[in-house]
Design a protein around this ligand. Structure first.
Ligand code: SF4
Ligand code: SF4
Length: 217
């Protein structure tokens, strides 16, 4: 294409481009002047994570699935006497959540934690405008218990263990005493009947038994 042909081509493409531009002039603008105007989000937007802690069973699936380790969970087993109830989708709760933290500064919004949650209590909200100059503001805590409640729950669990151990010890002592009493009664009854008391299962024969056996031989 020659010199004048290039000029004609430039003019033609300019006219074409401007025709497209002018064809949209009357349309409503899609640009939102956020933050001066509220921004709308689409369904399934991956924004700030939220945990409805009342429905969390402390299973830890979310923390295991997270590729960047930004979820931290500490749980305390509930004592048998305390019924923690069930989640809204019927799962039994057995653990108290001493800590459930999400470091949103590390989060890569993959959504894996949400996918593996069995109670659907962990969700990605549509909130996206939570940036902060202080990184600590992006560390979210959802724990159920404060420090006093954690100490009380741990003490209750220890007390339950102590009581279970004491009960097991008492039962072992009682069983031992009963066995000794039964053995003494059997030995006391043996001379009156002239019969040799049967040796308890697992015990070596008594000396009398051996003597009898030797005299018969
Ligand atoms: S969205 Fe991904 S990176 Fe963020 S907390 Fe969940 S699993 Fe971790
Ligand atoms: S997967 Fe769900 S129920 Fe399990 S610890 Fe995480 S948030 Fe709680």
């Amino acid at each position: 294409m020659g010199y004048f042909g290039d000029i004609a081509d430039s003019l033609l493409t300019t006219v074409k481009g401007m025709a497209v531009t002018f064809s949209h002039l009357g349309e409503k603008a899609n640009t939102v002047q956020w933050p001066h105007e509220p921004a709308t989000t689409k369904p399934r937007t991956r924004g700030e994570l939220f945990n409805n802690i009342d429905d969390c069973i402390g299973c830890g699936n979310c923390a295991k699935a997270c590729p960047v380790d930004c979820i931290g969970i500490d749980t305390i087993k509930s004592t048998k006497s305390v019924d923690l109830g069930r989640t809204s989708n019927g799962k039994k709760k057995t653990l108290l959540l001493a800590r459930f933290d999400i470091d949103m500064a590390k989060c890569c919004y993959c959504g894996l934690c949400v996918d593996v949650c069995p109670t659907e209590c962990l969700i990605m909200t549509e909130k996206f405008d939570y940036s902060s100059a202080a990184v600590k503001d992006l560390y979210f805590r959802f724990a159920q218990l404060d420090s006093g409640q954690i100490a009380a729950a741990q003490e209750a669990l220890e007390e339950e263990k102590r009581q279970a151990a004491a009960a097991a010890l008492a039962k072992a002592e009682a069983d031992k005493l009963a066995a000794e009493r039964a053995k003494a009664e059997a030995e006391a009854a043996a001379p009156a009947t002239g019969e040799t008391p049967a040796a308890p299962a697992g015990e070596a024969p008594t000396p009398e038994t051996n003597t009898d056996a030797g005299s018969q031989a």
